[in-house]
Structures are given as structure tokens and as C-alpha cells.
Write a protein that binds this ligand. Structure first.
Ligand code: PLP
Length: 487
């Protein structure tokens, strides 16, 4: 494409994206294609000669769109809250239009400087301790691909710090602590780094939150065996149930073990910190007092399209001491002088996307007030759904609703109470019926052996009618599931 052809194709692309959003609510949420559908439709090799770009765009519509599950659909309630905005899309468009990998300040000063400013804006919006601000000169924030990536980076840095502090302890004595509710990012990091991971038990009566006393017991038990925990990953808003670890208690215990890093994974629920009324529940005070690092994802519940994970550390040298490798070809005058941030030393890769642009666009267009309004709207929609479940004779919460997430199951009144096994098999039938629907999408989980269903609210266009529709679908499918199960 030359510049004028790009202009034309670009207008057409934007027109089609607008049409997509106009018609989104009428599409099935879930793609209905079968595995391998695209391989059958595409030629075996890339074309030898360039094709007319109109045809390429047409094939996007014809072949790709049908294979998409529509995460921005107002009836998408699966996984975790997720929303993107036109501001975010435009931010990405501008960012890719200059396509630069911004790893050093000197690569494109605006990329680093905007990121440093936006990370401070967001730290303030979330109410984080000023120690985490880039302007503190000591702590700071960086944008990453994902919460998994942020946790892996924190774990690498924690391992380096631990080895510096305890040079004689053999590496295979090191242990990563997570809980049974931590996202699989903890186990994945252990796998990648070849380190042991200990999964701490959490109890249903504690709403699946890690408690200080059980942490202390495990640390003492492990140290007695010569094992050395060097990082604890706690969660604000676990994936399965929205559990919130008692960071206050865990942090208090870790005061006695200063070589254990405390990483807070608040991948989706961290966004609630923008609203003062949710800060106590999300444990802001404890995060501010105890966290060594804190992560939340703007690409989940922050109105920004994938990817935009934000990671803050209280001391940036913990990252740079672990990750700064500067061969001659990466040296710059300002880098050598230490007067700028070179973000390549804050994460595992070298090149990086210009992610701060889209977050900046979103924050400026929404304003803090608009942003808070969106979070409040999602929570209130989840409360609406939760109230249907509460009032229903056939459904029951498995855990209490948490921010934008409700975890429930079908639990119909029967002459004799049903065993766990029977309830699980009923709910599996129910869920398989639900997931065969194309007009709503929810996902399932297991909590202490209980098979349950999760509804997460977050799409920017969801309103009360979609919540009501989702509930009506549940009622309809529940009836059929109960009859099928009885047979
Ligand atoms: N942490 C929590 C609590 C999550 O719910 C999720 C996603 O479901 C993740 C981490 C993983 O996020 P990412 O895809 O950004 O690695």
C-alpha cells in the first residue's frame, strides 16, 4: 500500500470496525466454527505475488470474523472482566504506526517518558503509596504484557535479591509460595525457572483467603527442613472466586522474614482501587504498607485493549540489579549517565510496545470520574445478577459475590438433600447446556471439589437487560438440566 492507498484502506477498515460494533449485540457471543476450519479455507502457502488489499480485507470479514469469540459482546461473562474502548484502539493504531521498540529512552524519548508519567497517573488513581511513583526516584512503574509476565519478572528479581542476601543457600532450596487460589502464573513461573513451588492451603471458611497464621506455620515448617521461601504471591480477586488474601496478616508475618518478597497479583480486581469505597475491601492500606511489587491489568478491567499490564515496585534497583545487561550496542549517553529510565532493564525482553499511549488516551478521554463510573457500573450490574441468584429457589452462591464476579451453582430444593457428587453431576449437565448456547458465555471452575459457574461482568456495553437475559437463560437451561439429570 502506498500512503494514499493506506488512507483509503484505513477509512474502509474503520468503517467496518464501526459496523462490527453496531452489529455486535446481534452476533452469537461464541464462535461456531469447527477446529481446522481456517486451514481448510486458506491456501497452503503465502501468495507468490502480492494481492489486492481489498481482497485481503474482505477475507478478514469472510474468514476471520466468523472464527472470533466476541469478548466485547455485552453478553460475554466469561473468565474475567474485560473491556476495550475506541480510545484504546486508536492508541494502538498510532503506536503501531510508528512501530518502534522503545527499549531505551533514546530509542524514542516520548515512549519512555509517557510511560513513566502514565504509570504515576495510574498509581495515584489507584491510591498507591508515593514510594511506587516514578518521580520517587527509587520505586516506579512499568508496563508489561501480562500479569503472568509481571509475576515472572517479580519472581526473577526476588530470586536475585535472595541470592545476594543469602549467597550460600543452594538454589534448589528456594521455594515460591502461592496459594491454591493463585492464578496458574505461580506454577508456570516455577516451571520456567526450575524452582519449587509450594501451594498453601486456604480455607472455605476464610473465603479462600490466605491467613497470616497459616503462612507463619508453613514458613517455619519449611525453614526447619532447610527450604527457603523467597517470594509469596498473594491475590486481590482470585480468578476462580474473587478471593482476597489477607495481605495485612501476611505482610505482618513477612516483617519477620525480610528476604521474602511480597508480590500482589490484582490482575482484574486491582482496578477497583480507583474507587475510594472499594479500597478497604481490596486491602489498599496493606498493599501500600507491605507489597514489594503490585500488578494490575488495564487490559482486563481498565478499558484498554490487550495488552497493558502494569507493575509497580517499591525499589526499581531490585529489577535492574536482576535484569540489567548492557552490551556496547545498547549503551547510550543518557543511559550511561543514569539520568533516564531504560525500561529494557525492568523486564525480561528487550523490545517493547508503546502501550502507555492507549492508556493515556483512555484516561484523558474518560477522566478519572468516567473511569470510576465504569467500574461502579460493572459492580452494580454484578450486584443485580447476584440479587437474582439470592432470590432464586434453584441457585445458590458458592462464595459471596466479589466485585464484578459471582460464583454460583444450581442447587434445587429436593425432598432429600443432594450429595456433593450428585450436585456436581447436575451442575456439569447444566454447564454443558449453558456452554452450548451462543447468546451468552460464562466459564466454570471448581472450589474445594464443588463444580461451579462464574459470571464476570466487564464488557463496556453490558447493561441491565443483558444481565437479565443471562439470568433468564440460566433459568431456562436449569429446568432442562434438572429434567435431564432426573432421567
Ligand atoms: N491473575 C489473575 C487473578 C487472573 O484472574 C488472571 C487471568 O485470568 C491472571 C492473573 C493472568 O493474567 P494475564 O493473562 O495477564 O497473565
Amino acid at each position: 500500500l502506498d500512503i494514499e492507498e493506506f488512507r483509503k484502506a484505513g477509512y474502509k477498515a474503520i468503517d467496518r470496525i464501526c459496523d462490527y460494533y453496531y452489529s455486535l449485540h446481534a452476533k452469537p457471543v461464541v464462535s461456531q466454527v469447527q477446529p481446522g476450519y481456517l486451514r481448510e479455507a486458506l491456501p497452503e502457502n503465502a501468495p507468490e505475488h502480492g494481492e489486492d488489499f481489498d481482497n485481503v480485507q474482505d477475507d478478514y470479514q469472510k474468514l476471520i470474523v466468523p472464527g472470533l469469540t466476541h469478548w466485547q459482546h455485552p453478553s460475554f461473562f466469561a473468565y474475567f472482566p474485560t473491556a476495550c474502548t475506541f480510545e484504546g484502539i486508536l492508541g494502538d493504531l498510532y503506536a503501531s504506526s510508528t512501530s518502534n521498540p522503545g527499549f531505551n529512552w533514546a530509542c524514542s524519548p516520548a515512549c519512555t517518558e509517557l510511560e513513566a508519567v502514565v504509570m504515576d497517573w495510574t498509581a495515584k488513581l489507584l491510591g498507591l503509596n508515593p514510594e511506587f511513583y516514578n518521580t520517587s526516584g527509587r520505586g516506579g512503574g512499568v508496563m508489561m504484557t501480562s500479569a503472568s509476565d509481571s509475576a515472572l519478572t517479580a519472581i526473577v528479581a526476588a530470586r536475585s535479591r535472595f541470592i545476594r542476601l543469602n549467597p550460600t543457600i543452594p538454589l534448589n532450596n528456594l521455594v515460591i509460595y502461592v496459594t491454591s487460589q493463585t492464578h496458574s502464573l505461580g506454577l508456570k513461573a516455577g516451571l520456567v525457572l526450575g524452582l519449587q513451588v509450594r501451594v498453601l492451603d486456604v480455607k472455605e471458611e476464610d473465603a479462600f483467603a490466605l491467613r497470616g497464621e497459616s503462612l507463619r506455620t508453613v514458613i517455619e515448617e519449611d525453614r526447619e527442613k532447610g527450604k527457603r521461601p523467597f517470594i509469596l504471591v498473594v491475590t486481590v480477586g482470585s480468578t476462580s472466586s474473587g478471593a482476597i488474601d489477607r495481605i495485612d496478616e501476611a505482610g505482618h508475618v513477612l516483617k519477620e522474614y525480610p528476604d521474602i518478597w511480597l508480590h500482589v497479583d490484582a490482575a482484574w480486581a486491582g482496578m477497583t482501587l480507583v474507587c475510594p469505597e472499594f479500597r478497604e475491601r481490596a486491602q489498599l492500606e496493606a498493599i501500600n504498607e507491605y507489597a514489594t511489587s503490585f500488578c494490575t491489568n488495564f487490559h482486563k478491567w481498565g478499558l484498554v485493549n490487550f495488552d497493558a499490564s502494569t507493575l509497580w515496585v517499591r525499589d526499581r534497583t531490585l529489577l535492574t540489579d536482576a535484569l540489567d545487561i548492557t552490551p556496547e550496542f545498547l549503551r547510550t549517553k543518557h543511559g550511561d549517565e543514569g539520568t533516564v529510565i531504560d525500561y529494557r532493564n525492568w523486564h525480561l525482553g528487550l523490545g517493547r510496545r508503546f502501550r502507555s499511549l492507549k492508556v493515556w488516551f483512555v484516561l484523558r478521554s474518560y477522566g478519572a470520574e468516567g473511569f470510576r463510573g465504569y467500574i461502579r457500573k460493572c459492580i452494580s450490574l454484578n450486584n443485580q445478577f447476584a440479587s437474582y441468584i439470592r432470590d432464586s429457589p434453584d441457585f445458590a452462591f458458592v462464595t459471596q459475590p466479589s466485585f464484578a464476579l459471582t460464583v454460583f451453582r444450581l442447587e434445587p430444593k429436593m425432598p432429600e438433600p443432594l450429595s456433593l457428587q450428585s450436585l456436581n453431576s447436575l451442575n456439569r449437565i447444566f454447564y454443558s447446556r449453558l456452554s452450548a448456547r451462543h447468546d451468552v458465555l460464562l466459564t466454570q471452575t471448581q472450589l474445594n471439589g464443588v463444580f461451579c459457574i462464574r459470571l464476570a461482568v466487564g464488557a463496556a456495553r453490558t447493561d441491565d437487560t443483558h444481565i437479565k437475559h443471562a439470568y433468564d437463560v440460566m433459568v431456562e437451561e436449569a429446568l432442562v438440566a434438572i429434567n435431564t439429570w432426573r432421567e
